[in-house]
Design a protein around this ligand. Structure first.
Ligand SMILES: Nc1ncnc2c1ncn2[C@@H]1O[C@H](COP(=O)(O)OP(=O)(O)OP(=O)(O)O)[C@@H](O)[C@H]1O
Ligand SMILES: [Mg+2]
Length: 241
């Protein structure tokens, strides 16, 4: 994996003259985990899509770029809000889809390992429609981890999981993605309190940084500083517009 760059995001986006977000400005520091929270519809997924080089339907005035000045293209993996699994492919074929589309050698062993890490080893030959919503979400996470990119964009990756699976997948992701630049959209203040080296709050007025505890991530979910920060974040969200 090449060195993970910082992400710079600044500007505003519109569609047909209607504001989608901004003006806003923020940085996701290099090699660290940044959580992005904010009310539904404020534009979080759109920000991720722009950083992933998508969003051709938008008029975007600003920059969505890497801090090292090199193009982001080819260095980003996006786990989108909808799982985008291919219904006609089994799980192994779904998680190796990126490598096959790029004409690279398919890494069956690695696919098996990653599926095992997300707790789906016994389901590798199944198709997505034979899985629960939470299982599908873990396949999408496995596919993102398979991509092995220095920049990883996660759009509510654990939203369909039960509390225990969620905590386990948070731990796994923090371990596997350590050293990468992660920008993680979540509605879950407890999740942001566990995972963020940096926590950003996005409102119609822009993006504000809310400094989390300086303990290492993943933070213990029941540590007093994690719980205190989670409460503070929720209070800020309640007061945000
Ligand atoms: N292709 C599109 N055409 C028109 N409007 C769009 C399009 N994509 C997004 N929007 C609008 O842009 C705004 C931001 O959408 P976005 O999906 O980025 O929000 P979000 O913060 O991710 O919300 P949520 O938390 O519900 O996922 C919304 O008002 C949405 O209706
Ligand atoms: Mg969204």
């Amino acid at each position: 994996m090449s060195t993970a760059p910082a992400l710079n995001m600044a500007g505003r986006a519109t569609i047909d003259g209607t504001a989608i977000f901004g003006p806003l400005s923020f940085v996701a520091p290099a090699g660290e985990w940044t959580c992005l929270l904010g009310p539904s519809g404020v534009g979080k997924s759109t920000v991720l899509r722009l950083l992933a080089g998508l969003g051709d339907e938008l008029l975007f005035l600003g920059e969505a770029s890497a801090g090292d000045g090199a193009p982001l293209s080819g260095r980003v993996a996006l786990m989108a809000q909808s799982d985008l699994l291919m219904p006609w492919l089994d799980l192994t074929a779904n998680v190796t889809l990126g490598t096959r589309l790029r004409g690279q050698k398919t890494q069956q062993d690695r696919a098996r390992q990653v599926l095992e890490r997300v707790g789906l080893a016994g389901h590798a030959g199944k198709r997505p429609n034979a899985l629960s919503g939470g299982q599908r979400q873990r396949v999408a996470l496995a596919r993102t981890l398979m991509e092995d990119r220095p920049v990883v964009l996660l759009d509510e990756p654990f939203s369909s999981l039960d509390a225990r699976s969620r905590a386990l997948m948070q731990d796994l992701s923090a371990e596997v993605l350590a050293g990468r630049t992660v920008l993680h959209v979540t509605h879950d203040t407890a999740e942001a309190a566990r995972l963020g080296h940096h926590v950003l709050l996005m409102t119609r007025g822009g993006v504000a940084s809310v400094p989390p505890p300086d303990s290492p991530i993943p933070r213990r979910y029941d540590a007093p500083e994690t719980l205190e920060f989670q409460g503070r974040l929720l209070r800020m969200l309640m007061e945000a517009e």
